[in-house]
Ligand binder design. Structure first.
Ligand SMILES: Nc1ncnc2c1ncn2[C@@H]1O[C@H](COP(=O)(O)OP(=O)(O)OP(=O)(O)O)[C@@H](O)[C@H]1O
Ligand SMILES: [Mg+2]
Length: 372
């Protein structure tokens, strides 16, 4: 049943289209796009040309082709004059429990974690945040690495330093190319050794959450310190962490520590959105040779073991390290490169899983498939 079977142009109205699209389900949530209001706009021209605007639950929605096919197969698509689809973005928001409701204007909080230092958490945090922003979301980064804050340096020159919020009081976060950022780095002397004890960390993070005017955000990316310490515990108590991205390198030594971090999140009831395997392989720019310097398959094994998807594999790439040093992250400077694309994939996969949980709760997560 396609095209020619449609009775006449006059039969096509907003109502007929809405009823025809009622059975179409969002492939990530299993919910009807009409029932949820994701079908945001229906316009029918006199000639019977139909234009729909559908809101996606996350930026760079990886199942968009699937959703589009379902819409085009629905009887509403039978307009002889054609169907135009426009895509919007409306990230779902599940309000937090009363005791954790410190960030009511932030829809999704994603923690970036790892068992040990130096595996690329901050690099992942920065590039994922920039990728989400580039794909249309409103994004902030909370640098929760109190001992080794590195987010401001990785982002380079801000448009705005943090300061007093002129209107509502409180602290206005720093701003980098549209991304709101807060870090302890703004408040300590360069090179100063700071000793933070548990209660001080808790107080500082509470301030970052309660006094900073984050504004309306779709995603707040939280760069955690390595391991399973005070900052992780405090954050999980203070705010609803919608999910974590676990960063690992492929070698087994690192995996032992990662498992500890995963167990901690399990105890804190923070869902693991998936695993990001960083420094997965090196592709020689001269000869194209693919070398798995740090071993192979660690991310996949870990993902299988913890029952979470492998979200992306990020190559070892000097430009990634250089971009971090120079304040020019690869997602901004060379977005089409394969290494930047790996961050876009990671961002889109993680965001979809977080949004999917906000929309439906944990039970339907089995609907989502893993990336090979
Ligand atoms: N895929 C990559 N290719 C090349 N270099 C990378 C890659 N990922 C990270 N790096 C580099 O590795 C170093 C460690 O990365 P990063 O600071 O992001 O790790 P981290 O886990 O946040 O470390 P820490 O535990 O100290 O906070 C940095 O110099 C960074 O530029
Ligand atoms: Mg770091």
């Amino acid at each position: 049943m396609r095209g020619a079977d449609m009775t006449s142009t006059a039969d096509i109205t907003e109502d007929t289209i809405r009823s025809a699209l009622r059975p179409v389900l969002d492939p990530a949530t299993g919910q009807g796009i009409v029932a949820t209001g994701q079908l945001a706009e229906v316009a029918v021209s006199e000639a019977g040309h139909v234009r729909l605007r559908i809101d996606l639950i996350s930026p760079g929605f990886p199942l968009r082709a699937e959703l589009e096919a379902a819409v085009r197969d629905a009887p509403a698509a039978l307009s002889p004059a054609g169907l135009e689809l426009q895509w919007g973005l409306r990230v779902p928001h599940k309000p937090a429990r009363q005791d954790k409701n410190r960030l009511p204007t932030v829809k999704t909080i994603i923690a970036v974690a790892a068992g040990k230092g130096g595996v690329g958490k901050s690099t992942v945090s920065v590039n994922v945040a920039l990728a989400l922003h580039a794909m249309g979301a409103k994004v902030g980064i909370l640098d929760a690495d109190i001992y080794g804050p590195s987010i401001p340096k990785m982002l380079g020159t801000p448009e705005r330093q943090p300061g007093t919020d002129a209107e509502g009081g409180g602290i206005a976060p720093a701003l980098y190319r549209g991304i709101a950022v807060m870090s302890v780095d703004y408040f300590v002397e360069p090179g100063a050794a700071v000793i933070w004890r548990g209660p001080m960390i808790h107080k500082l993070l509470t301030q970052f959450l309660e006094d900073v005017r984050w504004g309306e955000l779709d995603y707040l990316v939280v760069d955690l310190p390595p391991g399973t310490g005070d900052a992780q515990l405090s954050l999980a108590q203070l705010i609803p962490l919608n999910g974590s991205i676990i960063v690992t390198t492929p070698q087994e030594v690192a995996l032992i520590d990662v498992r500890k971090a995963v167990n901690m999140f399990g105890k804190l009831e923070v869902p693991v959105l998936g695993v990001a395997e960083n420094m997965s392989f090196y592709r020689c720019p001269a000869c194209g040779h693919h070398d798995e310097i740090f071993g192979a398959g660690g991310g996949k094994r870990l993902a299988e073991e913890i029952g979470a998807p492998l979200l992306a594999q990020i190559p070892i790439e000097p430009a990634i390290a250089f971009g971090g040093e120079a304040g020019t992250p690869v997602v901004e400077t060379n977005p089409q490169s394969p290494h930047a694309q790996a961050f876009f994939t990671l961002a889109a996969q993680a965001a979809m899983r977080a949004s999917q949980r906000s929309a439906t709760g944990p039970r339907r997560s089995s609907l989502l498939r893993t990336v090979d």
